[in-house]
Design a protein around this ligand. Sequence first.
Ligand SMILES: [Fe+2]
Length: 449
Amino acid sequence: MTGRIHQWPSWPEFGVENSLSSDRYSVSEPNQTYNDKYYQEAKKAVITEYGPENLKEAWIRVCKQLESVTNEIISQGTGIIPVCSADAVEKGFSLEELARIKKTGCVVVREVIPKEEARAIYKEIHNYIKDNRDVICSWPADAPYMFEVYDSPMQNAIRSNPRHLKLQRLLNNVWHYNTTEGDTSSDPLIFYDGVRDRPPGQYFLGLGPHIDAGSLARWSGPKYRKVYEAIFSGHPEDYDAWDLEIRKEAEQDFYKAPPHTRVLRSFQGWTALTSSGRREGCILLYPNIKSSIAYVLLRPFFRPPKDEADIMNASKWTFDDSDSTHFFPGSDIEQSQRLSRSSHPHLRLEECLVHVPQIDPGDTVWWHTDLCHAVDPEQTGAEHASVAFIPSCPTTSVNKVYVKKQLEDTLAGRQPEDMQGKVNEQLFKGYQKHTVLSEEARRAFGYYF
Ligand SMILES: [Fe+2]
């Protein structure tokens, strides 16, 4: 089996609670902030709306689904992740590719930017960061390699590349939406995010298995909860992960915190600027979209059996509708949704969280906003592992409002609202205004609304 992680890193565990006294959060993160009331309300809201019997039925069905889902991932490893050649950008995804993307929730598209061009962009952005290093914010503090630069000419060159925009549209069209009314469409909108430039040898544990686009918000937000109605109603096999109409209003930022953006990304994504592979600062994905998120959503309503030997037997778990307990493993409202082996055992994370295949400059990796992923703690490569974070975002009312404000901020020298940066990038050495954007790119950047 290929793709399995070399040795499970010491990412935090979020606990398997076997008694009322130990059922909060991982002891490894004692300082996380939470408010009991939010969790009580979220639990009560779901149970009141959907009822215990539906939740119990869903739990048994999802755990059963996961038996075959995990066996398939384990047998195929990295090979289960669909990989499309450069042609896909012009031709569109084949029916087979589309089916695999919809099943796994992820895709690698090769050579969106020609390799040599991507290499050249890397050199430029590496120097741009170096030239402005004293004013660019970055993290982690001890060995920074995530750079809070959003409006560099190099990022904008990639974002506005016609092939990149075409692919963003293609990815938006994996989702379905009402084409006859409203202003929802697959027209791409640009969401500003940063750059990673990770040197060889840098170990990093900070981004273990997690799902972005909110955490407790998935249960608390009335519109967000609605997205998962089929799951909570007891028939998770009917859950449609690709329904943009219902998802576009979801309150991803129901609790305001830095990791949560209101912008719906049809796919989170990165564009590689250098080569990287397994154990080389790459990304790991959990290549299943339907059963995995259903399991994460149902998990807080069930308590594990006392005997560890029964952990994988879903029928031995106990439905917990007590008002006094409200354990949402890994759901810190100020963080993305986090997962761990002990808190989410049926996902078999250790075996099913797999590396993406070897990536070359100009290749792109995309994953659904509900997909569990992690940054490889190891960087044993010979060169820097560098990517530009560029997602695909459809046109929706919510996204338009954000992108309009993002552009206003950018033109005024402010960093994007969700990034909460305080630096004026227009003062950077080498900064260029948006003078070379095509009409198509200007639309995506929000110039016409
Ligand atoms: Fe993430």
